[in-house]
Design a protein around this ligand. Sequence first.
Ligand code: NAD
Length: 269
Amino acid sequence: MDKEISVVITGVAGKMGRETAKAVLAEAPALKLVGAVDPRADGKDLGDYLGLAEGRGIIIGGDLNRLLQGVKADVLVDFTNPQAVLSNAKTALEYGVAPVIGTTGLDEVDIAELREISERVGVAVLIVPNFALGAVLMMEFARRAAQYFRHVEIIEMHHDQKIDAPSGTAIKTAQMIAGERGSFKQGHPEEYEKVPGARGGEFEGLRIHSVRLPGLVAHQQVIFGGPGQILSIRHDSLHRESFMPGVIMAIRKVRDLRGVVIGLEKILD
Ligand code: NAD
């Protein structure tokens, strides 16, 4: 049997962190949850917090650095926010812990810094903008469609507590489409907005629209238009459970990678 993988979660009191803790605990004994961090729940018992007997005895910490001084871990899963994620990933690397990053908000400079540290310490980083397998396939199908359809718009829809826009998935999709068809200015050459932002954000000439409403979880539609036809590719994450098989796969595989790897598609068999 493979050796168990010890896991630490940052952002454990958040929506994704709680779901991840349950998923990791359910994978015992192959995965072992050895620590959990969230300043919002500092000092609380994780089992009591989640209402799960399996998590009893794990006391939530307020700071990753302090936790890793006393706990030996293999993998960190981070679901925090754009302000915390870089520092958490750097801390993990310095302790030889491989970060699996679900948090959006890392920019090119941050990723370059992580790449440099990852190579220096010889520990991989896996950044996954979307852990839902269906969403990964949606992006791949959109990339393929962009070989034949140049006109496309993306509508992404999320719950109204999401802080950043557009979503990491929408940006990744747009990058994959642009990688196929290049930069291409769409729409009427003289179009103008009567309400600022009405045409959405522009990325390499294609438009991205972000909808935020209570009741939504994570949804995206990629709409291609051609003469006399429309092709819509849509994915809906209806519950955060949809991300968990991808999270577990990432935990299992990150230590076999090298450097900084971006995207769940890179670790699919
Ligand atoms: P959330 O606001 O519910 O949870 C974030 C948690 O992080 C909070 O509990 C907060 O207290 C905690 N936190 C803040 N700073 C911290 C620190 N320094 N150390 C430890 N914990 C800290 O947010 P959420 O809905 O769970 O989403 C978290 C992130 O995951 C967002 O960036 C979101 O866009 C992203 N997300 C990614 C995927 C994916 O598939 N990759 C899916 C859903 C959400």
